[in-house]
Design a protein around this ligand. Structure first.
Ligand SMILES: Nc1nc2c(ncn2[C@H]2C[C@H](O)[C@@H](COP(=O)(O)OP(=O)(O)OP(=O)(O)O)O2)c(=O)[nH]1
Length: 195
C-alpha cells in the first residue's frame, strides 16, 4: 500500500480525507507562509501548497505527499487567517453582503516516482449580512482567527454564509474531486487508497 502523507496541521483537511476513506499520516510542513509571495491569489495558494508538500516530501524516501493552502479572494486580494480580532471584525464588515472566492491550492508529490500534480480549486462564497453585534460575537468565539478568510462553512460561521457555488470540501480546505484528478494524473486510482 502506498504511504499517504498529509502535509498539513489542518483538522478540517484530515477530517475530510478520513471521512472519504483515506488514512493519511500527518507531517506538518512548518513552512513560513509569509516567506512566499506570488502575483495573484491563485498563484499564492498554489505556491504555498507546493512549498508545504515539497518540504515534507524531501524528508521521505517514498509515498504520496499532499500539500494544501486556502485563501479568500475578494477584489483580487488574497486573505488568509486574520492576525487579530480587530482584523477579523474589519474583514467581516467588508465581506458581509458580498461574494468572494475561496481558493485552495492542492499539490501532490509522488516521492517514489518523482512526479508532481497541482491545481487550484475555486468555490464562490456568498456572505450573509451579520450585524455588528453578530460579528463581534462571532469574533469573540475565536473561530474566525483560526481559518483562512475568517469564516467556516461547518462551524459557527455557517450562520453567516448564504450559499456557495462549487465544491464545499474546497472551502473546508481540500477538494476530493480535484484531489482525485491529481492522483489520477500521477497514475494512482483514488480507490486504491481507500482503507
Ligand atoms: N472546518 C473548516 N476549516 C476551514 C474552513 N475554511 C478554512 N478553513 C481552515 C482550513 C485550514 O486549516 C485553514 C486554512 O489555512 P491554511 O491553508 O494555511 O492551513 P493551516 O494553516 O490550517 O494548516 P497548514 O498550513 O496546511 O499546516 O482554514 C471551513 O469552512 N471549515
Amino acid at each position: 500500500m502506498t504511504e499517504l502523507v498529509l502535509a498539513s496541521a489542518s483538522p478540517a483537511r484530515l477530517g475530510v480525507l478520513r471521512a472519504a476513506g483515506l488514512d493519511p499520516k500527518v507531517i506538518v510542513s512548518g513552512v513560513d507562509e509569509d516567506a512566499v509571495t506570488a502575483g495573484s491569489p491563485e498563484e499564492l495558494c498554489l505556491a504555498l501548497a507546493e512549498a508545504k508538500a515539497g518540504a515534507v516530501s524531501r524528508t521521505l524516501n517514498e509515498g504520496l505527499v499532499i500539500g494544501c493552502d486556502s485563501v479568500l479572494e475578494l477584489d483580487g486580494v488574497a486573505y488568509g487567517k486574520p492576525g487579530s480580532p480587530e482584523e477579523a471584525v474589519r474583514r467581516w464588515r467588508m465581506m458581509r453582503g458580498r461574494t468572494g472566492r475561496l481558493l485552495t491550492g492542492h499539490c501532490v508529490k509522488d516521492v517514489t516516482g518523482g512526479g508532481t500534480a497541482k491545481a487550484v480549486g475555486s468555490t464562490v462564497v456568498r456572505f450573509g449580512t451579520p450585524t455588528d453585534d453578530e460579528i463581534a460575537a462571532y469574533v469573540a468565539s475565536g473561530e474566525p482567527l483560526r481559518v483562512a478568510g475568517a469564516f467556516t462553512l461547518d462551524g459557527l460561521g455557517g450562520w453567516f454564509i448564504d450559499g456557495i457555488d462549487g465544491d464545499h470540501g474546497n472551502v473546508l480546505g481540500i477538494s476530493l474531486p480535484l484531489l482525485g484528478r491529481l492522483f489520477a494524473e500521477l497514475g494512482v486510482p483514488v480507490t486504491s487508497l481507500w482503507r
